[in-house]
Design a protein around this ligand. Structure first.
Ligand SMILES: Nc1ncnc2c1ncn2[C@@H]1O[C@H](COP(=O)(O)OP(=O)(O)OP(=O)(O)O)[C@@H](O)[C@H]1O
Length: 858
């Protein structure tokens, strides 16, 4: 294949570079001997243009690992390929990141650098570096602040009050409804309060791993250690550099290339680390207490070595200072002033979350509570919208981000480190510190003409561009990564978004090869929208024209990693692709070139030459040859088809895998939905039961009320009846008394008339006694003979008494038992007596009393 015809176009939306990761364990003999990724040497033309020392190849060949199937060999073209020994500086320099920074500074054109690859292939290493090497983000920040130098406007200065004009003017010029804050205020809000620092999700692992192996001539060092002598630096650093312990204090920017002191971590004495940020008391007090307490620092060191985040203020001097990027400083407008704003966000499950909006507040609930735990997980973080705003009608922006105005590289580093502690990372089977979200680190450079004096009438507005550096989450196969549960669901989302990104890149690559204008389907997910929406010139001509961003995609690959996953990524990201099907050795050539010399072989079989010599004519041989050629051709066609099928199969397998992961995702969603529906139904059912119970209760109460009413009525009757009865009793008693008085008068009269009848009258003197006897007689007379005789005597006396002129009999003092036989008295008494209470009322009363007792029982 001719390289020149297949070289990727320089006008693509993304320049695509390939970076190969060095092996973690240097000895891997089998795979080393049998590599499936072969880098083609750089073409002579490229070598010439690059100069004698640095040449970068542009093509690789993927040779499927040896198995029984004859799979197609694929060849991919990239803008440049960085082999295993390429340094961070090589990548920074050769990907044109420095040029992109220059464009941002000078023309305000946006720049974007992103990494794409299988999990563990070195994306985060490239973007964020490791504990000993800086990544593209840190190098970009360093170049920016070095280039701007004294022209930087900072909101806080050690000797001056807060520059509120700067913050308010930046706020006014911001089109994204951002919340602009100074770095000092932001850092104070995060680290000023120990409790808040603890509440942040700072206990999750760091987003960067330690470098397992230095490439090139770097020595292998212990994790977390720093190069401490000039020999530790690679040959790209030409000469020993002057030592400096930190940035220039007056400006806050580094005055020279900084090399770390030899023992910065174990001996953090103030003299050796004189850096400070232009800030006020609480922040510095905390910092000083940190320095005074080696124990605390030891804790920091220990936790860091276990990938546990430090809830303490990051110290720029302990962060890697290598590689040195001082040669890349660029010219700026000397009559302008600049401001640098940093914002960070992540795309997680297709939603955008601010990494600098500390979700915790001083009143946050403790971690032990459910709400506190939810807070830690970041569940309460509010997703942001990617939308058009009033000031950005032609271009979508992430609205509502927190943007931090940084006055120096050190401030920017502390903000970056703080934001990284909020990023989602997790340990998987493929990578111990795997990014679970797509991280976007945006550096906005604002510029405006410098005011020539305080009398200037109009303050010019800020303009500028943004340099975005993106660390994408890696695609992964669930089987390899051994992910489960929510991590598996995350992987599903990651793979889905990367699939959409792959589609966009593939469209770009196809259009490049066909020479047509690409229509990129970038609105399928947040990730592709964020990456591609700035790739096109401004659509609104009424506003100022904006050039499309300068975009670079660095594809990372591990040549000793998973062939299928890597080939899939390369297939859609490469700018050029070619498939070659391995040819089956031709039968014809075998026959014609047969080496037999007319003798049967040792196994007793004849060679074709023997047959030709002995049995076949030339014509027959010709026919056989033609037939063999035809069959060979057929075989070849079949082999091509088979290879195509193999590729299709691999693609289908990957799609299936993506679908499976999506299915897992969907299953989880469905489960959650079912659960919530069930909960809803349970609630409804509970409510229904509660209502029914209420109704039943009301009915019961009504019933009781009814009963009580009846009871009350009957009680009223009784109450009404009693006074009447008593009145009657009194009346009858009075009558009784009257009668007794009459009786006594009669007795006296009788005594006066006939003394012989005295004894008889005496016998009848006590009618009450007689009455008592008569009363008891009813019940006892039958059983008691004494009472029976008494009764006889009494009845005799009564009979005798009847013989008097007025004969009467009182049978009882009780109104009920009182019976007056005297015709006159009986008549009048009967007339005056109320009718006796019907027996049923008493009975009913007794019954009700019983019922009342029944109802009273709950
Ligand atoms: N060029 C390199 N030189 C030295 N070490 C490297 C290089 N690239 C990657 N590594 C190391 O490989 C390991 C995995 O790298 P890294 O975490 O950057 O992978 P990743 O692609 O970001 O993975 P993920 O997508 O899961 O986040 C780390 O230990 C990292 O330091």
């Amino acid at each position: 294949m001719d390289n020149s015809t297949r070289m990727p176009s320089q006008t693509s939306l993304f320049q695509v570079y390939l970076r190969l990761r060095p092996p973690i364990h240097p000895q891997m003999p089998k795979q080393k001997l049998d590599p499936w990724l072969i880098v083609e040497p750089a073409s002579p033309a490229a070598s010439q243009s690059e100069g004698p020392t640095k040449t970068f190849p542009t093509h690789i060949t993927l040779q499927p690992p040896n198995d029984s199937r004859k799979r197609a060999i694929e060849r991919f073209g990239f803008t440049k390929i960085f082999q295993e020994e390429a340094t961070q500086l090589d990548v920074f320099q050769e990907t044109g990141t420095a040029d992109a920074i220059q464009s941002v500074l000078q023309t305000g054109r946006d720049g974007l650098v992103a990494t794409l690859g299988v999990t563990g292939s070195g994306k985060s290493h490239t973007i964020l570096g490791s504990k000993s090497q800086r990544g593209l983000t840190q190098m970009t920040l360093d170049v920016l602040f070095r280039s701007i130098g004294e022209k930087i406007r900072r909101p806080h200065h050690p000797d001056l009050p807060t520059d509120t004009e700067l913050l308010s003017s930046l706020q006014v010029a911001d089109p994204s409804e951002a919340r602009i804050q100074s770095a000092t205020t932001f850092l104070e809000s995060v680290y000023g309060d120990g409790d808040r620092a603890r509440l942040s999700r700072a206990q999750t692992p760091m987003s960067r791993a330690q470098t397992p192996m230095m490439v090139g001539n770097q020595t292998h060092k212990l994790p977390g250690s720093f190069p401490c002598s000039p020999e530790d630096y690679p040959s790209t650093v030409a000469s020993p550099l002057p030592l400096s312990h930190g940035p220039n204090l007056s400006t806050g920017t580094p005055s020279s290339i900084r090399m770390l002191p030899s023992i910065p971590e174990t001996d953090p004495s103030p003299e050796k680390e004189p850096w400070r940020i232009p800030s006020k008391a609480p922040f510095l007090t905390r910092l000083r207490s940190l320095r005074k307490s080696p124990a605390k620092l030891q804790v920091v060191k220990d936790t860091a070595s276990h990938y546990v985040r430090r809830p303490l203020l990051p110290r720029p001097s302990t962060l890697p200072q290598y590689p040195d990027v001082s040669p890349f400083s660029t010219d700026i407008d000397p009559h302008a002033e600049y401001a640098v704003l940093i914002s960070m966000y992540e795309v997680y499950n297709d939603r955008i979350f601010d990494l600098l909006s500390n979700p915790t507040s001083p009143n946050a609930p403790p971690m032990s509570t459910r709400q506190g735990a939810a807070l830690q997980k970041g569940l309460l973080r509010r997703p942001l919208l990617f939308k058009n705003t009033e000031m950005s009608s032609d271009r979508k922006v992430v609205a509502g981000l927190r943007k931090i105005v940084c006055g120096s590289y050190d401030e920017a580093m502390m903000v970056l480190e703080t934001g990284l502690t909020e990023r989602r990372v997790a340990g998987t089977g493929s990578n111990s510190v795997s990014s679970r979200s797509h991280g976007f680190f945006c550096i906005e450079v604002k510029k405006r003409p410098q005011l020539q004096g305080y009398g200037a009438p109009v303050v010019p507005a800020w303009t500028g561009g943004t340099m975005s550096i993106v660390d994408l989450a890696g695609s992964e196969r669930a089987r390899n990564a051994k992910t489960t549960g929510s991590t598996l669901a995350e992987a599903g989302k990651i793979n889905e978004s990367l699939m959409y990104l792959g589609q966009c890149l593939q469209v770009q690559s196809d259009c490049q090869q066909e020479g047509s204008k690409p229509i990129i389907p970038f609105r399928q997910c947040k990730l592709t929208e964020l990456l591609f929406s700035n790739s096109f010139p401004s659509s609104n001509h009424a506003t100022t024209y904006r050039s499309p961003q300068k975009a670079v995609m660095i594809v990372t690959a591990d040549p000793l990693g998973d062939f299928n996953a890597t080939s899939q990524i390369l297939r859609y990201s490469a700018l050029a692709r070619e498939v070659t099907v391995p040819r089956v050795p031709s039968v014809t050539s075998a026959i014609l070139g047969g080496g037999g010399q007319g003798k049967a072989g040792q196994n007793g079989r004849n060679t074709p030459q023997d047959l030709h010599n002995n049995y076949f004519s030339a014509q027959e041989l010709e026919q056989a040859t033609n037939e063999a050629a035809r069959l060979a051709e057929e075989c070849h066609i079949l082999a091509v088809r088979l290879a195509e099928e193999e590729i299709n199969r691999t693609e289908a397998e990957l799609k299936l895998q993506a679908a499976e992961e999506k299915l897992v995702d969907m299953e989880q969603e469905v489960r959650e939905e079912c659960w919530s529906e069930m909960e809803e139904r349970m609630e409804e059912e509970k409510e229904r039961w509660r209502m029914a119970w209420e109704q039943e209760k009301m009915r019961g109460e009504e019933f009781i009320d009814g009963k009580l009413e009846i009871l009350e009525k009957t009680t009223q009757i009784t109450i009404h009846e009693d006074p009447v009865t008593e009145a009657r009793v009194e009346e009858l008693e009075r009558e009784n008394e009257t009668l007794r008085a009459k009786l006594r008068a009669l007795e006296q009269e009788m005594q006066m008339r006939s003394p012989s009848k005295k004894s008889r009258v005496t016998a009848a003197k006590s009618p009450v006694q007689g009455l008592v006897l008569q009363e008891t007689s009813n019940s006892n007379v039958a059983t008691n003979p004494f009472l029976a005789s008494l009764r006889l005597r009494d009845s005799d006396a009564t009979i005798k008494a009847r013989t008097s002129e007025e004969e009467f009999k009182v049978s009882d003092v009780s109104p009920r038992k009182l019976s007056l036989r005297s015709s006159s008295v009986t008549r009048s008494a009967m007339e005056e007596l109320p009718p006796p209470p019907p027996p049923s009322t008493v009975k009913k009363q007794r019954k009700l009393t019983t019922r009342k007792w029944d109802l009273g029982d709950p």
